[in-house]
Design a protein around this ligand. Structure first.
Ligand SMILES: Cc1ncc(COP(=O)(O)O)c(C=O)c1O
Length: 430
């Protein structure tokens, strides 16, 4: 019977996780919550199948409906992003970057991109290194919290990298795609933009539009500001399509077709609700930043409007971000520490990054941002006991349990009734 006990433990842990998360306010900037429809598509038979090879010319047989699903997904994504080509094969944003670097560089080449300390993602360097490519950090301007365009121009002209990679993990403002595309073209460099964080805002027309501003290629994750499921994507011009698709199949054998169908549904949700959603996300981020600032929290970029994205970044002092994040977690406010450009190394992080996309999808508006700011300030400035603050977090979270900006809003965001039923059944059996 030990396996039944293990199974019950497992299901109970998952159930407890759901219950716990329903009582939290999640401000992790790289996460979101998927609609009931997207979740249901993830559990279909498609998740048991392979479809190796290109559309309509698969090696494995049995793919006639999979071909139709994927052709539709491709069409939906191309029309949403007005892209000449899309590749939805990568199962994560990191893999999308690796596929792009594998496709467009050869060992010995260089790329330039933001370093982790300046908000870049570790995949910029790691994906380059595994392919024998060096990554040179882009200059960053602390004041505008953005790429230093003059410094970047000098670097591009001197190094002539194969790829100029824009976009970041900590991204408050649109990056200078237009300016740097112009210079990069003169030096024969490819301009790429990692939209992992802002893909949903781009889809909603509420951030920059890198493909229109001159980027040749856009990589990204489909689950941060986009509506999920977890996965990666590459958008590019038609002339890169063959080399990108070839690279994708070199690096991915099994692309999780249930995820592709779920992505197609999420793309329809974006078509229908993306504008209103992205608009509310940016409003909420601005309001959260302003309210935190008014409480006395050190919010970055107060002199330039705090943010134009889903993110707000606060500075809690050298080496303090990990401890403050722990105390916020005890108060059921979930965040992550992040190094800021003036920290000496990652472990000394003084920044905390907040993202409002998930709470926005749960229907929260500006008034809730003021409440959340007060709870955060109670922890950071008032140094209140986290369990005391939790008494206010939980009822606030409890009022926002339905997923918005989707076709079916009946299901509860964090509740799986089937799981509860199974646990009850197992308890009887043991
Ligand atoms: C800019 C950027 N690129 C790539 C990634 C990797 O995405 P994934 O977690 O989907 O692999 C991240 C993750 O947060 C990111 O911030």
């Amino acid at each position: 019977m030990h396996y039944l006990r293990a199974l019950m433990d497992l299901l109970s842990y998952v159930e407890e996780h759901h219950l716990y998360r329903s009582k939290c306010i999640n401000l992790i900037a790289s996460e979101n919550i998927a609609s009931p429809l997207v979740r249901k598509l993830l559990s279909t038979d498609l998740g048991h199948r392979y479809a190796i090879g290109f559309l309509y010319t698969r090696i494995y047989r049995g793919c006639k409906y999979i071909d139709l699903i994927e052709a539709l997904t491709s069409y939906l994504l191309r029309s949403l992003f007005k892209a000449e080509h899309v590749n939805y094969i990568p199962i994560s944003g990191t893999l999308a970057n690796l596929i792009m670097i594998n496709a467009l560089t050869k060992p010995g080449d260089s790329i330039i991109a933001l370093s982790v300390m300046d908000g870049g993602h570790s995949s910029f360097r790691e994906c380059s290194l595994v392919h024998g490519v060096s990554m040179i950090p882009l200059p960053f301007d602390h004041k505008s919290y953005n790429i230093d365009v003059d410094g970047a121009e000098r670097l591009i002209r001197r190094v002539k990298p194969r790829i100029v990679l824009l976009g970041a993990s900590d991204i408050l403002f649109p990056h200078p795609v237009k300016e740097l595309s112009h210079i990069s073209r003169e030096e024969d460099c490819i301009v790429a933009y990692d939209a992992a964080h802002v893909l949903g805002l781009i889809a909603g027309g509420r951030f920059q539009d890198p493909l229109r501003e001159g980027a040749d290629i856009v990589t990204g994750s489909t689950h941060k500001t986009f509506f999920g499921p977890q996965g990666g994507i590459i958008l590019c011009r038609r002339d890169y399509s063959e080399t990108i698709d070839h690279s994708a199949w070199q690096l991915v054998n099994n692309h999780h077709i249930n995820r592709v169908a779920a992505l197609a549904a999420a793309t329809c949700e974006m078509q229908a609700f993306g504008e209103a959603y992205a608009d509310q996300v940016v409003r909420n981020a601005k309001k959260l930043a302003e309210a935190l600032y008014n409480e006395g929290v050190n919010v970055l970029c107060s002199d330039i409007g705090f943010t134009e994205s889903h993110q707000v970044i606060i500075d809690v002092g050298k080496g303090r971000a990990a401890g403050v994040s722990n105390r916020l977690e005890e108060a059921n406010i979930i965040v992550n520490p992040t190094p800021l450009p003036w920290d000496r190394y990652e472990g000394e992080a003084s920044g905390i990054r907040l993202g409002v996309q998930e709470v926005t999808r749960l229907g929260m508006k500006e008034d809730c941002m003021e409440s959340i700011a007060k709870l955060i300030a109670d922890i950071i400035l008032e140094r209140k006991n986290p369990s005391e603050v939790r008494c206010y977090t939980e009822p606030l979270a409890d009022n926002y349990q339905k997923i918005h900006f989707c076709f079916n809003t009946d299901d509860e965001a964090y509740r799986y009734f089937y799981l509860e039923y199974l646990v009850k059944e197992l308890k009887i059996q043991i």
